[in-house]
Design a protein. Sequence first.
Length: 140
Amino acid sequence: MKTDSQNVTWNEIEKLVCLLHVKVSAISKDFSSISTISRGGLVPARLLADHMGIDTIFVDKNNIPSDSLFVDDIFDSGNTFKKIIPKVIDPSNFVYATLFARQGKKYPKQLVYAKKTKGNEYIVYPWDKLEHKRLKDFSM
């Protein structure tokens, strides 16, 4: 586990979601749904869906429609992206949106992010404070 951490408030999350909405809207692509994974991406996916007026959210699907916006909390190692891209029906139209992108990483062309991290700090979201504490206590 990364030793340094940055706690993010709900107020900051709401600002990041608004910024992400602006950036995704600038793509000028219509999305029929949002896809996500159940751990990190579920809350940002729901918030962004509300901003975009999208009612359908697919969670942990084996097939992701090309016109579905994929939402996650952070682009970090790239492992989630690598796991998701083979599940996308047409990867040429795929858009992967995150609240944060890890600074210093190589980003795929499909990535849209609200903000870069300052470094390698662990981002602690309001919805995973207990998990972070549990993992931190366990590693001591």
